[in-house]
Ligand binder design. Sequence first.
Ligand code: NAI
Length: 295
Amino acid sequence: MTTPTYLNVGIVGAGVMGRGIAQVAAQAGSRVFLYDTNAENLSVARAAVLDQWRRMVEKERLTPAEAESLATRLMACETLEALRDCDLVIEAIVERLDVKCELFATLEGIVAADATLATNTSSLSVTAIAASLRHPGRFAGYHFFNPVPLMRVVEVVAGLRSDEATCRKLTQYARDMGHRPVRAQDTPGFIVNHAGRGYITEGLRVVSEGVADFATVDRILRDQVGFKLGPFELLDLTGLDVSQPVMESIYHQYYEEPRFRPSVIGAQRLAGKVLGRKTGVGFYRYEGGKPVVPD
Ligand code: NAI
């Protein structure tokens, strides 16, 4: 294995995204320091990554010795200070500007002055988050997709004050992880969540106008048009707690442009915690992790 661009990588937030990024970062050869304010999420995340490696051994994609060595490179950390020697810290916490800004301001007091800092935000302005930093040049967006080990694209997002060298290093590290980086400028939704908005919002509009039900829309777009997932399968996979705020954020950042207007269907389901796979019911109902397709 070649030496990775970043030897010690901190990941803040051990949820769906943080644990996926932790897995691919360790597989790239980095030592990974995973931190979360919620101790239970942290231990569940580490166990989930170890389980992924166990499955990879079963499928003969890793040897038992490689899995063991990977496990020694994934550290669950009880404090943010444990990330002090990291040369890269990737943030994957709650999608709130104030909370992210507070975290980065604190992180700057912990890591070395030349450490790279990155956010996995899917909809907030990288430039706005950078306003909390004394050294914004070392900071950029690093937008992974769920599930991280399978979804190879990573958007490397340059904020107005990001240094080119920072973006270049992050781009190289994405390659180290076996991912396919793409450079984007800091605009609402970047590339994928901007261009992909139409897929989701128009799907919701088709259903709210009674043109067809959601399962039909999914079936046609998946089986006939060739998308891997229909818009409602995708919403269920991501979870409306993640998708709805993204839709609202992009809509507001574009000054309420009608083409980005989110659907009341999403807002209602979010309020009712009908979120998707993670709650066992979304547009589909899930039994044993599998969707029950309505007749
Ligand atoms: P999640 O809810 O699964 O995990 C977030 C984790 O962050 C939780 O374990 C929580 O305890 C922890 N956390 C919250 N505030 C914290 C703080 N101040 N310090 C340390 N830990 C803290 O969320 P998920 O889905 O992993 O999303 C994380 C970020 O990634 C968000 O910015 C989201 O927009 C972005 N994202 C999510 C995608 C998805 O499909 N879920 C795709 C791409 C980006």
